[in-house]
Design a protein around this ligand. Structure first.
Ligand code: 13P
Length: 285
């Protein structure tokens, strides 16, 4: 039996009890072990997020087998999730490989086209009890480069969100309220009024992308206003790689992966623990 779950129930629970499920982007066995071990130790649900390039890098069967092992070692709910997939065909293939949760990202497309693509994924995914997240609005890479009018246009429009959810039948909605992927140039500004408005009008779980480098109190506030899933990638990659760089600086002749990976895992463990506390997802199961 596939021990991997869809993210449906864990996100519903988060919405009911007003916390967020952390979705951690992983890249290999070591990073998957860290997020799974910490989730188990802290009794937190876990979404293991995999981007298209990670799936190409590690290959689907490896990811599914490793995630199944991670789920078998832990007694809290674990889902593996396709993050920012733009190709419908790739999503279908990954579902056949065992993925139970996916994001179709057609947010670059015009509204109607976004709906059409998302509907196709929902029709397919729901046949296999796979949950679907989609995005409305655009997350910018570096919002400081945008003039205000452009920035405004990129944010999720609450009225459109209602129509989008009704037309597509998605299970969760990623909202654009001012976060961006990667590091910020200044302090990020989140549009909490917009989030409140969306939360009032839309009853499915809401997702915050680009949560790295966002001050904890802003993420906590977003969760208190209805965010049920928080996506984190960059904040894990940086300490992991810094620990390896430091290790090699001190041990230039090191060559044993078990030795040099260990400080990376340790550094990542600390930040994963911290993010779970920010999400308030610990001691839930
Ligand atoms: P960060 O790299 O900014 O944490 O964004 C992660 C993300 O949103 C993945 O979908």
């Amino acid at each position: 039996m596939n021990p991997l779950l869809s993210s449906r129930q864990m996100l519903k629970d988060a919405q009911t009890y007003r916390y967020a499920v952390p979705a951690f982007n992983i890249h290999n066995m070591e990073t998957m072990q860290v997020v799974a071990d910490v989730a188990k130790a802290m009794h937190s649900p876990l979404i293991i997020a995999v981007t298209p390039s990670t799936l190409d890098y590690a290959r689907p069967k490896y990811i599914v087998a490793m995630a199944s092992a991670a789920a078998a070692y832990t007694d809290t709910p674990v889902a593996i999730h396709l993050d920012h997939f733009e190709e419908v065909g790739k999503i279908k293939e990954a579902i056949q490989e065992g993925f139970r949760s996916c994001m179709i990202d057609a947010s670059k497309e015009p509204f109607e086209k976004n709906i059409e693509i998302v509907k196709e994924v929902v029709a397919y995914a729901h046949r296999y009890d796979v949950t679907v997240e989609a995005e409305l609005g655009k997350l910018v890479g570096a919002e400081d480069d945008l003039v205000v009018a452009e920035q405004e246009a990129a944010y999720t429009n609450p009225a459109d969100a209602v129509d989008f959810v009704a037309a597509t039948g998605i299970d969760s909605l990623a909202v654009a309220i001012g976060t961006a992927h990667g590091l910020y140039r200044g302090k990020p500004k989140l549009d909490f009024n917009r989030l409140r408005e969306i939360r009032k009008k839309v009853d499915i779980p809401l997702v915050l992308h680009g949560a790295s480098d966002v001050p904890d109190e802003l993420v906590e506030k977003a969760i208190s206003l209805g965010i049920c899933k928080v996506n984190i990638a960059t904040d894990l990659k940086i300490p992991f790689s810094n620990a390896l760089k430091n290790f090699f600086a001190e041990n230039p002749l090191a060559s044993d992966p078990r030795k040099y990976m260990t400080p990376g895992k340790k550094a990542m463990q600390e930040i994963v623990e911290h993010k779970i506390r920010v999400c308030k997802s610990h001691n839930r199961y």
